[in-house]
Design a protein around this ligand. Structure first.
Ligand SMILES: Cc1cc2nc3c(=O)[nH]c(=O)nc-3n(C[C@H](O)[C@H](O)[C@H](O)COP(=O)(O)O)c2cc1C
Length: 207
């Protein structure tokens, strides 16, 4: 059993979503989690999906020969998808950034979502995920405002996007949201932090 923890906050020890993911994983039954790999999407080693990768992606469709640089970029894309495929479960912790996800998480998603590699079309022409294949994906999401109807002028693209994309890849998605995370006094912040970790612990225990 192997679990991939995809960490989207760059704040490390100051991140609430990362602390919640750590607590969630520590509380989960060891057999359900197995070996955990903590993977920050802010890693410097991650492929920067740019010109070569973008052209390489569509080359077979257009009947084009990939250049060496495009082949090299594409090999890194395939390696990353296969690395992810090697895990039995996925936990994604992410703050909301400008109503969506941090750009580093989106950049990683641009690497792993690939036609014919992580999703395909079935005989009816419908898109089907081939990466998740029914494996559990737990989303752990934080945001400083409330998106539960208290502020109808604010729109949430974080939760629906992540639920869509991991569902699209074939994962069985469950979501834990903590909001609103902004508190004005240190005491309130501490209480919110403790409460959030308790929520994560309770959710993890039933994973
Ligand atoms: C660059 C940036 C953009 C943000 N944009 C939003 C936003 O659009 N809506 C919101 O509710 N919170 C927003 N926040 C607040 C974070 O989502 C919130 O503080 C969250 O709890 C941080 O989680 P973390 O500690 O795991 O990084 C933003 C924070 C940053 C740093």
């Amino acid at each position: 059993m192997k679990t991939l923890w995809v960490e989207a906050s760059p704040k490390q020890d100051r991140s609430l979503s990362s602390a919640m993911a750590e607590t969630f994983l520590a509380a989960a039954p060891p057999d359900a989690v197995g070996q955990v790999e903590r993977f920050s999407v802010w890693s410097e080693d991650l492929l920067r999906f740019g010109r070569d990768a973008a052209i390489a992606k569509f080359a077979p469709l257009y009947g084009e020969q990939r250049t060496d640089a495009q082949e090299a970029a594409w090999a890194q894309v395939l390696d990353e998808v296969e690395r992810v495929r090697g895990f039995d479960r996925v936990v994604v912790s992410s703050p909301m950034w400008n109503w969506h996800v941090p750009h580093a998480l989106k950049a990683w998603i641009d690497i792993v979502v690939q036609p014919g590699v992580s999703f395909t079309l079935n005989e009816r022409g419908e898109h089907v995920g081939t990466l998740g294949t029914g494996k559990p994906a737990q989303l752990i999401l934080t945001r400083s405002s409330a998106y539960d109807g208290r502020h109808p002028e604010l729109q949430d693209f974080q939760r629906p996007y992540l639920e869509y994309i991991f569902g699209f890849l074939g994962y069985d998605v469950t979501t834990l949201v903590v909001e609103p995370t902004t508190r004005w006094s240190p005491e309130e912040r501490e209480a919110m932090h403790a409460e959030s970790l308790e929520t994560a612990r309770a959710a993890g225990a039933t994973w």
